[in-house]
Each structure stands twice: as structure tokens, then as C-alpha cells.
Write a protein that binds this ligand. Sequence first.
Ligand code: UDP
Length: 494
Amino acid sequence: TAESVSATSPPPPPPPPHFVIVPLPAQGHTIPMVDLARLLAERGARASLVVTPLNAARLRGVADLAAGAKLPFEIVEVPFPPAADTGLPPGVENIDQITDYGHFFPFFNALPELAAPLEAYLRALPARPSCIISDWSNSWTAGVASRVGVPRLFFHGPSCFYSLCDLNAAAHGLQQQGDNDRYVVPGMPVRVEVTKDTQPGFLNSPGWEENRDAAMEAMRTADGAVVNTFLDLEDEFIACYEAALGKPVWTLGPFCLYNRDADAMASRGNKPDVAQSVVTTWLDAMDTDSVIYVNFGSLARKVPKYLFEVGHGLEDSGKPFIWVVKESEVATPEVQEWLSALETRTAGRGLVVRGWAPQLAILSHRAVGGFVTHCGWNSMLESIAHGVPVVTWPHFSDQFLNERLAVDVLGVGVPVGVTTPVLVFGDEAMAVSRGDVARAVSKLMDGGEEAGERRRKAKEYGEKARRAMEKGGSSYESLTQLIHSFTLQGGKKL
Ligand code: UDP
């Protein structure tokens, strides 16, 4: 009878968990969360990525690939509030579109308007999702999660080294003190000295107190954290961060290694402004580990004065290079002319990319032997994951501490020598000269013992990163546990 069958047959397996992922609309925050969503989907969980229309359009390539692979991955569009309500120019839905400092604040303050459509989406689902994973800055998701009754993890972009520094400095109120020009971050397993200029802290400019307090509170009330890092890179900092936070920290990275083939790499972030094949063909002709790659991320913009120093520094270094400049940096005829002249002088050994470059395809090429980076955590980790040592040139926010990790702790970086941050759109105060650039690049790329040791360490971390993401590796197994935990245990770590 039906009764005797049900008494003897095992209960059906629980359905796979459903993760709803809410990134901050900035490429350095969205890209890793897209990779995370695809990783979850590849491992059998359902992943829904909540973005506004402009950001959804940028992800069309990702969505097509996921659909082709029949991954349980979907993009959920929620409207961005109208310009009339936000005070932003029409069409601005991503931080990389902001060209006026006065627009950052209205942008962040427009985001809580996404709470109502997010809540409506969650309530309309046939079953309550298992978990929301939202960017650390998206504090407005905390109320949505608690009203709908869904657990919430926060995703914080930087390393655990950085986040631990931030937590410890905040716990001692150090970021608020006006008289401490320089201090040692308390509670760190290694000595970390910062200045007022280089200290940790997101959203901590004057006037942003409410936003930062809300983010810190949302962090306190979250059920755990997801971090794009791996155990063999910073195990002590991960352990201390988890202890300080007092909740599970899931280290699942490097997420970028999800992108194993050319199509996945090309679909990531914005549409590249140069064909991936052009870059790889150029690199194919170069010796192994001979090329220095230069890119300052999705936001930092250099005024011509800086740009010239970078270009001359690369030229003077005598090394082959790929240099990515933003369209907005070469907007005037004078700068364009200067750049064309530089390209002529360095023809055959220099490739300048204007716009968005296929960064992963470049970093994963055997010819690339160094990266001049602004130390955004994604760029830094992408470099390390591919065994490429770095010249560190931090610009703002977490980047100065990422530099400390690369240089002092991991031993894979040469600092270009900056000690003060610059504004996102460049700053007239010249901090780095062509001599600094040439010197740091030569130091990183020369064949000496020190450079060799740095390269050896970078390759070792690259190897460990690859293993972390393979079956049996720490990040792979941590993801297994995360999925298992939200299938059976409501998000608790075993
Ligand atoms: N990126 C890219 N091509 C570019 C510029 C950036 O693919 O020309 C990607 C890069 O690989 C990384 C992200 O954009 O994944 C930038 O994030 P990061 O944390 O390094 O810096 P941010 O842009 O947040 O300053």
C-alpha cells in the first residue's frame, strides 16, 4: 500500500538552497559577486542576482553563458529610482558612471530605494529563499531580510587582513581620534602601522557617519560573512577575523578562478574594448614572465600629469608592457597626441589598451610577469591567483592595507612609494614620478635574487590558490559546507 511504501522508502532529498545575491553597483563589488553566484550555481545551488537594468545589461554575456550551461542562475532586475527623486543624472546606475564628487552621496542614498522591489520579489517567490548574500555597504538589505525572515550573510570585498584591521581599529575608536597621526592597529597577529591617511575604514569620510554606522550595524546583525580569499593565503587573519566578528566567515575564493575558459573571462565585467585575441596574440610573441601589466581598476582616474609619469616610467623601464588607460583619461587632443607618440616610440614592446581590458586573460597568460596595480582587492587577488608579483600603487580606501599584506606579509610586492591617498578622479598633488615607476618596475622584473624570490612566492601562492578551488581544496570544501549548511542547518557552520 501507499502507506507501507512511504514507511520504508527514504524521505526525498531536501531541495537545493536558494541564494539571493545583492551586489553594490560598482564593478569591483559586482564582479566578484557574479563569480560567486556562478560558483554557487555550478555546485547545484540556485543563485539569483539582484541588479538594476543598466547593470543587468552589462551582465548579458554572463547570463547567456549560464543559460547555455543550464546553470540554476538568474538575473533579477529591480528598477533604479528615477533621476527626479535621486538628484543624479539620468541613466546613472553604477558608481563607475559618476563624474562629479557631489554625486557619490546621492548615489548611496538612492540604493535603499531598492529595498521595496527586493522585498516584493522575495515575497512573490513560491518558497522562501535560503539566504541573502549582500554587499557590506548594502545595509538596507538587513531590514528586508528580517521582515521576510531570511538569513543574511554580508559579502565584504577586501581581504580578512584588511577587515580585521578595520574591526580592531573601530573597536578602539581609533579612526575617530583626531590626534593620532600614526598608530599600530591593535589585536593584529603581525605589526601593522597606519597613518590617518592610510588607516582602514569604508564609508568613513566626514559626512558619511550615518552610512557607515548603518553598515557596521548590518554587519553586527548578519548571520555570517563571505570573503573572497583562501586559507593558505591568510589563515591567521581569517581565524582572528572570525573570532573578532563572532560569526561564521566563509572563505570561498579566489572567485576569479571560476573563469576557466576564454568565453567566461571575456564575459566578466564590462565588454572589453580590445578583442581578447588581439591581446593574447601580442602576448604569445613575448618571453615568459617578461611583460609588465599596468591597470588601476575600474574607478581611479588619473589627471594628465600623472598619466604622463606612468607612461614615461614604463618607457624608461625598458620592459615590455601592456598599459590600460581609461577613455576619460585621454579625452583631450593633447593627451591623445602624447599617447600616440609614446606608442610610436615603444612600438613592438608596448601595447596600450584604451578602455576596459580583459584583465583575467592577461594575468593568466604565461608572458605576464608583473602587475602595476592600485591594490584593489580583486586585482591583487587575481594577480596572486595567477602567480604574478605586483608593484603596489594604492590610491584609496582598503588599498593601502592590501599593499601592506602583499609587501610585508606575503612578500610578493614592490611598493612604488606612495604614502597618501588620492581622490578617485585624480589629484593635482603629484605623489609618484616617472623615476619611481621605472625603479619599481625594474626591481620587480629584473632577474636578481630578490625578484626571483618574490616571483617564486607569487607562483607558490598561485599554485595554492588553484588547489584551494579544486575538489578537496579549502575553498571548494568551504563552499560545499555553505551549501550543505543552508540545505539542512539554516546556515550554521558544522
Ligand atoms: N577590470 C577588468 N578590466 C579593466 C579594469 C578592471 O577586468 O580594464 C576588473 C578587474 O579584473 C577586477 C575589477 O575590474 O575584477 C576591479 O576591481 P578592484 O577591486 O581591483 O578595483 P576597483 O575597480 O574596485 O577599484
